[in-house]
Design a protein around this ligand. Structure first.
Ligand SMILES: [Zn+2]
Length: 251
């Protein structure tokens, strides 16, 4: 079964839903947002889609059929709003889309909606927590591994845990592993270290990347990135997604 939902025909979806195995729909969640001078605007979409792609074979091994939905590429992203290319939408609009997608999936008989998110803007994470609770209240199982929680953050890299984690080593490695042709290598090699912690700046009330100490819309260490680290991180992201789905489905 090809897991790309958008490439399936409706009889293929019908057959999967009648196939006797629970069917999970994985929704990759990203943003259209400035990611340093070296990474593409859809960096988070690339990362969330990669997380989903790494998770599918593991779910299949666990007896769970999985489709990857078309990604949601718009999200609250006000911290980056001053940079050309960022398109920020309101949390209420984003949540309404998620809830309508969930209603549609539930009506068709999907067993679970898995939220594969890599856009950690606090407004987005808060919205997703609320959406997950409201989707569950609709009666659809929802798997949402929240990597901003300490338990899951600890499965990721040291830079991620430091909070200097926007278009730095962590995200740059993930794009290098999946879509190296979209990395501006000259810009990456000239992007000096920026150890400023976004999470600490958020806690102190910073409202923009500039206020948080990221005048080029990146935090961390892009020059340290590697495709090898990216592959390891995809495996960790996917492991958390798979664990969340299996916990919801009890298998
Ligand atoms: Zn990002």
């Amino acid at each position: 079964m090809n897991p790309t939902f958008a490439h399936a025909t409706w009889p293929q979806i019908r057959a999967a839903l009648a196939g006797g195995r629970p069917v999970v729909a994985i929704l990759p969640l990203g943003a259209t947002e400035a990611h340093g001078p070296h990474l593409p605007l859809n960096t988070d979409v690339i990362i969330s889609e990669g997380m989903a792609q790494y998770a599918v074979p593991e779910l299949e091994d666990a007896g769970i059929a999985a489709f990857i939905l078309p990604a949601l590429a718009y999200a609250p992203a006000e911290y980056a709003a001053a940079f050309p290319g960022t398109i920020s939408i309101g949390a209420n609009a984003a949540k309404a889309v998620l809830l309508d997608i969930a209603r549609s999936l539930k009506a068709q008989g999907f067993a679970c909606l898995a939220l594969a998110n890599s856009h950690f803007d606090p407004a987005n994470v808060t919205m997703l927590r609320e959406a997950a609770a409201e989707i569950a209240a609709l009666g659809l199982k929802v798997a949402f591994p929240d990597f901003t929680r300490r338990k899951l953050a600890q499965t990721l890299t040291a830079e991620f845990q430091s909070g200097a984690c926007h278009a730095g080593q962590f995200e740059t490695s993930l794009v290098m592993a999946a879509r190296p042709e979209l990395v501006d290598e000259d810009a990456r090699r000239s992007a000096g270290d920026n150890p400023a912690s976004l999470t600490e700046a958020f806690a102190k009330g910073a409202k923009t990347f500039e206020q948080a100490g990221g005048p080029q819309a990146y935090f961390g260490f892009p020059q340290q990135a590697s495709a090898e680290e990216g592959v390891q991180t995809y495996e960790a992201l996917a492991a958390a997604l798979v664990a969340a789905v299996r916990a919801e489905l009890g298998q």
